[in-house]
Design a protein around this ligand. Sequence first.
Ligand code: UDP
Ligand code: MG
Length: 324
Amino acid sequence: MSVSRSQPATLSCVIPCLNESANLNVLLPALMAVLRPLAADYEIIVVDDGSTDATPAAMRDWTQRHPQIVYVQLSRNFGKEAALTAGLEAAAGQVVVCMDADLQHPPALIPRMLERWRDGIEMVYAVRASRAGESFFKRAGTRIFYKLMRTPGGMQVPENAGDFRLMDRAVVDALLQLPERNRFMKGLFAWVGFRSEPMMYEPPQRLYGQSTFRPFKLFRFAVDGLTAFTTWPLRLLSICGSFLSLLSFSYGLYIVIKHLMYGDPVQGWTTLITVVLFFAGVQLISVGVLGEYIARIFGEVKNRPVYLVRRREGQGVGRQQAAQ
Ligand code: UDP
Ligand code: MG
């Protein structure tokens, strides 16, 4: 069934940011110019994920001059996923757009995304047409990650799709219903389903500053995603364990038979030490993988809030009502 919609009554744009004041000063005017004709009313929610630069002061200025800009300052750095969750919770629009602050997510794409929403698509996600400019290791790593995330018969995380996307209110409400503390958004976006569609784009370079996602942080991020959305590592361990037990049993049998038939004296200190060390390694890896899952459970049962807000400025959509 195709739903045809007209212009949305309200549109929210959520931007998580960490030390991006220089980028925000360029992005906010550009974004306002793009959003103004798109919806009857709009808001831009800037979630400050513990910035230590000029962001708080600059944002005070922006919210005072433009009531449609909302500034949500978290009490410390909670990570991009938590900041995005904070922004989605604060967003009141009928349509919500998520984007980065570094101008790698061009605002010019939003009108095209909205067009697809008008045609009845509930989530339009931007997909990088190329990963040019990234190192060989980063590209290889991401490829492997997406392969490992693919659960048979389960959800599929679209390759090369970031957090730049436009969502209908129904999708945002569904996301906010998910109770987990570890919010691996790429996975959650795929998990909720809805009518989704990719939109290709060529990502520009970051305008100012540097990405905080360095190799080790990206690796941790990948482990977070894998343990939150797949259980195949656990199953793989059981399979490996069974296979190795069978192998060692067969070898043991072979040694006994050889001894009984040919009377070979039992030797093989080298074999023994190799086998013992090999199994010790396999066991430690297994404990490590189990540990990752237990850490995840530990994080969830503590049931702490995903983020804490220090202060909020600006009114966003519904400010006319608030003023009355
Ligand atoms: N970001 C954030 N909290 C963090 C790290 C990053 O809110 O702990 C924001 C950052 O300011 C930017 C977005 O997340 O708006 C994407 O970050 P970045 O450009 O470093 O990532 P990349 O483009 O390399 O994936
Ligand atoms: Mg970036």
